[in-house]
Design a protein around this ligand. Structure first.
Ligand code: BTN
Length: 326
């Protein structure tokens, strides 16, 4: 009932009468009043005026299931939400939920992670109260070899979702870091469970530095937050809903062809590597090349100094001037 009441209050800037809420939800006035009181205790500023009803003025920066559900405008992405005030890692939570049979689109969100994981075995700093840690479960009908670009799809959606909410210009550092002014704002960790010829599930975990103002020494020079860049605090739940909305559309576009053809233009317009010199830290060698863009499978096309072109499917790529590469 909390979700429905929040939704009704958010649908209009005007007052919603107690009677309207009772009528729509089929509950008593006392029950409505109790929920309003609970919401006020949780930090929602709800004005109650005799003979007019209730009006929401402001809400707290929380990511509870009710808050998220009342903002979510999607059909399947984030339609089932699990919220954890504290957990080990939302990727681990989603893996467990996947094994228990959770459906496509299930979303796990945490306020804090005690074992946040980054790419290449790194850890992901996950303090409480300031950032977004979320993971979505996908069950795509694809061959395992076609799944890797999904991580680029999410990068695209996160970048778009951020720009829908805030007046900032974000870019993507191939394959899936979202950056602002050359510093990292978002990290994405994609994990897959496959059989030989089918995917059981894909987990895409997203960490967004939202309201952090301090970073540990190891990332102080390379990381930033939305609060630092936008100059004000940002509501996390609204941002999650915006990202899910974009992801639902981008994922459906991807699934129409099973590759990035429908998203390449958008992705490339945000790609910081496009037409720039990059340093490729490969498994066998490290070398400099010129990045020409991505192909439909999300591989980075580069031209080596001797003129030969090749495709990079994964690995570390640093861009001149981004994260301090010179
Ligand atoms: C990177 O190294 O850039 C990827 C970082 C991914 C962090 C997110 S936070 C939510 C999800 N849970 C994790 O443990 N990791 C991902």
């Amino acid at each position: 009932m909390k979700t429905e009441i929040l939704k009704m209050l958010r649908e209009t800037e005007d007052y919603v009468s107690g009677q309207q809420i009772c009528g729509k939800l089929g509950v008593s006035r006392t029950a409505v009043w109790k929920v309003i009181r609970q919401l006020q205790e949780e930090g929602y500023q709800i004005e109650a005026v005799r003979n007019r009803g209730y009006r929401i003025l402001d809400g707290p920066d929380v990511m509870t299931r009710e808050e998220l559900e009342s903002l979510m405008g999607t059909r399947w992405a984030g339609s089932r939400i699990y919220y954890y005030p504290e957990t080990d890692s939302t990727n681990i939570r989603i893996r467990q939920l996947a094994d228990e049979g959770a459906p496509h689109g299930t979303l796990a969100v945490a306020d804090m992670q005690t074992a946040g994981r980054g790419r290449r075995g790194r850890t992901w700093e996950s303090p409480a109260g300031s950032s977004i840690y979320m993971s979505i479960l996908l069950r795509p009908d694809l061959m395992p070899s076609a799944a890797p670009p999904l991580t680029l799809v999410m990068a695209c959606s996160v970048a778009e979702g951020i720009m829908d909410c805030e007046d900032v210009k974000v870019q993507i550092k191939w394959p899936n870091d979202v950056i602002i002014n050359g510093r990292k704002l978002v990290g994405i960790l994609t994990e897959m469970s496959t059989q030989v010829d089918y995917i059981d599930h894909v987990i895409i975990g997203v960490g967004i530095n939202v309201n952090m103002t301090e970073f540990p020494d190891s990332i102080r020079e390379t990381a930033t937050s939305l609060r630092i860049e936008a100059g004000h605090k940002v509501r996390r739940a609204k941002l999650i809903a915006a990202v899910m909305k974009r992801f639902e559309a981008d994922y459906e576009m991807f699934m129409q062809t099973g590759d990035l053809s429908g998203l390449m233009e958008k992705y490339s317009s945000m790609l910081v590597n496009q037409d720039r010199d990059v340093r490729i830290l490969g498994v066998k060698e490290t070398y400099t090349a010129h990045a020409l863009g991505i192909d439909r499978n999300g591989e980075l096309i580069v031209r080596r100094e001797d003129g030969t072109e090749e495709k990079i499917s994964s690995g570390e790529v640093s861009v001149r001037g981004v994260y301090g590469y010179v």
